[in-house]
Design a binder for this molecule. Structure first.
Ligand SMILES: *Cc1c(COP(=O)(O)O)cnc(C)c1O
Length: 355
């Protein structure tokens, strides 16, 4: 460490993202919840020669076309949308600028929430999930902090119903609730319909998971107009050209291709059912996932052993070494080939390690 970093940040522990290994082609990569399918063919057309030529200019700081496309897709107005360099950037702005009373979130959730608190000096209130990894809404009733609820939650995949999100919003209408809907398209109910009813709701979404564009780094917020304007002010004060023009063109094309979106989503949901059924039949324990990943433990085999044994067979998954997660691994739902490979590997691992 140099002597120049602010003393408040000298002890900061950075978020550790899932690996992006160089020999990716030889591995079945199920560690970062990317989509197994390529982007929509419309994306390939949109990122053409003229899009590359236009890189000479700055990108549109208002993200007009993208906000219009998203407003159409989400059934809201463009003034309800704020675009960012991945939903991570939106979340960072929310931790930075909307957490005067601190931030509250579950003990088992997206690991970045805690890092942003440390980064921006936000006090955290960690609320344990129950023994089945479920959120108990009543635990949040008296909390004044800004709430961060991933729905479905990660790495559990368990979703709250829209009515339960409404209940949390109604617990205290002067408390902001951020609903991180990174995985909502894979089977959970969105809270979007609640933004006209509640002033204290922000939803974050991303092109990284269900839209097959993780590398483009595009996310967005959906919020009541006043809140969206505040968020937009912070965005413009930090990095007004936060979406590059190639990513913007790619995201617009993806947002407008509803058919492709539906077909990828459907395939992932079917593969999740197939994978879950096969692993359950082998005696594995799974949470009820509404996301594009499963959270699974093997009988009598630790999460670390399972992770390592899969890795030896060329399958990369995520293992979180913390008291409540170390028995399990989080595994992205891949394409059919990946699902078949995971089932076969798991059968072998159970035979081998249980002897
Ligand atoms: C992947 C993920 C995000 C961030 O996605 P971006 O790629 O930054 O849009 C946010 N929240 C959760 C829970 C995630 O898993």
């Amino acid at each position: 460490m140099s002597e120049y970093i602010n003393s408040r940040l000298s002890a900061l522990k950075a978020y550790v993202p899932g690996e992006q290994p160089a020999d990716m082609d030889r591995l079945i990569k199920l560690n970062t919840n990317e989509n197994p399918f390529p982007p929509s063919p419309a994306v390939l057309k949109a990122v053409d020669c003229s899009a590359v030529t236009s890189l000479r200019r700055y990108s549109d700081p208002t993200c007009r076309l993208l906000r219009e496309a998203l407003a159409r897709a989400d059934g809201v107005k463009p003034e309800n949308i704020v675009c960012a360099n991945g939903s991570d950037e939106i979340l960072a702005l929310l931790f930075h600028g909307f957490c005067e009373k601190g931030a509250a979130f579950p003990d088992v959730t997206y690991g970045f929430y805690s890092v942003w608190c440390d980064m921006f000096g936000v006090e955290k209130k960690i609320v344990p999930l129950d023994g089945e990894y479920r959120i108990n809404i009543a635990d949040y009733a008296a909390l004044p902090q800004t709430l961060f609820i991933a729905n479905p939650n990660a790495p559990t995949g368990i979703a709250l119903k829209k009515s339960e999100i409404a209940e949390m919003l109604a617990q205290n209408r002067r408390r902001l609730v951020v609903v991180d809907e990174a995985y909502v398209d894979f089977g959970a109910q969105s809270a979007v319909g609640l933004i006209n009813e509640f002033d204290n709701l922000v939803i974050t979404r991303t092109f990284s998971k269900s839209r097959c564009l993780a590398g483009a780094r595009v996310g967005w917020a959906i919020a009541p107009a006043l809140l969206a304007a505040d968020l937009e002010k912070l965005r413009s004060s930090f990095n007004p050209y936060n979406i590059n023009s190639l990513s913007s063109a790619a995201a617009c094309a993806a947002a407008n291709d509803a058919d492709y979106f539906e077909s990828c989503k459907k395939a992932v949901i079917e593969n999740r059912a197939k994978l879950s059924a096969a692993l359950t039949a082998l005696g594995c324990k799974l949470t009820d996932s509404s996301a594009n990943f499963i959270f699974v433990s093997l009988p009598d085999i630790s999460g670390e052993e399972y992770y390592k044994a899969l890795r030896k067979r060329g399958i990369l998954v995520r293992w979180f070494d913390a008291p409540r997660t170390r028995d399990r691994v989080r595994m992205t739902v891949g394409d059919e080939e990946a699902v078949t490979a995971v089932i076969k590997a798991t059968e072998e691992i159970i035979c081998e390690l249980r002897r």
